[in-house]
Design a protein around this ligand. Structure first.
Ligand code: KIV
Length: 263
């Protein structure tokens, strides 16, 4: 059973934290069978499941629905619920209440995007026993402010801010920090400066762990494939081949055959 304190233990023991997203029970179970012990119910849901161009329209109710399903199926994983846009930005009280709803849905921790601007929320959640994972760098909920999905931390002022944000999140009680789309050298520096693990996505090999979106990793989602994605399978191609084959066999009267028929 992977737990929140194991995150720091993994860092101390130089063991990689391996995270993959899941949105349903079937894949939550497959991840566990593969030995993946940390599951993120990501708001990437909006893009890979709902077909939107960004994550901004994902709601609390949608996230709770998928968190409940994943947490219900996962038996030994650490389940992290991703707080959607506008569920923690408006006020500390609202953020706290919404974070609590994730734990009631079965998550063991919540993830929030942002640095110094949200440390009061992180401290409040930590103070009442809600474990928090931070998320810095290319934070997708700010896509319009950035003018698109771009690498962060190339300018000196961005480097200083990212380092300061990471420290502020750690001080506020964050249990780990996702670093997205930042130069590998910067991720290495931040990783060395913290006692909590960094979990990289497009942040190079020196982070304490890695996270990928499930459908990217499996080669199921190919509308947009960022440089940092490595497809470990090509399931979209396999699915297309299977579906075309099925159609052909039905058209040709080959399916169902005698062995798929009742007598
Ligand atoms: O929503 C998500 O899946 C994420 C990961 C890409 C880190 O935030």
């Amino acid at each position: 059973m992977m737990t929140v304190p194991d995150l720091r233990r993994y860092k101390r023991e130089r063991k990689k934290v391996i995270v993959v997203t899941a949105y349903d029970a079937l894949f939550a179970r497959i991840l566990e069978q593969a030995g993946i012990d940390t599951i993120l119910v990501g708001d990437s849901l909006g893009v890979v499941v709902q077909g939107k161009s960004n994550t901004l329209s994902v709601t609390m109710e949608e996230m709770l629905y998928h968190t409940r399903i994943v947490a219900g199926a996962a038996q030994k994983s650490l389940v992290i619920g991703d707080m959607p846009f506008m569920s923690y930005q408006v006020s500390k009280g609202e953020a706290l209440r919404n974070a609590g709803r994730f734990l009631q849905a079965g998550a063991h921790a919540v993830k929030l995007e942002g640095g110094a601007a949200i440390v009061d929320r992180v401290a409040a959640m930590t103070g009442v026993g809600i474990p928090v994972i931070g998320h810095l760098g290319m934070t997708p909920q700010s896509v319009h402010q950035y003018g698109g999905y771009k690498v962060h931390g190339k300018e000196t002022n961005q480097v200083k801010k990212l380092e300061a944000d990471a420290k502020a999140l750690e001080q506020a009680g964050a249990q780990a920090i996702v670093l997205e789309a930042i130069p590998a050298a910067l991720a290495k520096t931040i990783t060395e400066q913290l006692s909590i693990p960094t979990i990289g996505i497009g942040a190079g090999p020196h982070c304490d762990g890695q996270v990928l979106v499930l459908y990217d990793l499996l080669g199921l989602f190919d509308d947009f494939v960022p440089k940092f994605v490595k497809p470990y399978a090509h399931l979209k191609a396999d699915a297309l081949q299977a579906l075309r084959h099925y159609k052909e066999e039905v058209e040709q009267g080959k399916f169902p055959s005698d062995s798929e028929s009742y007598h």
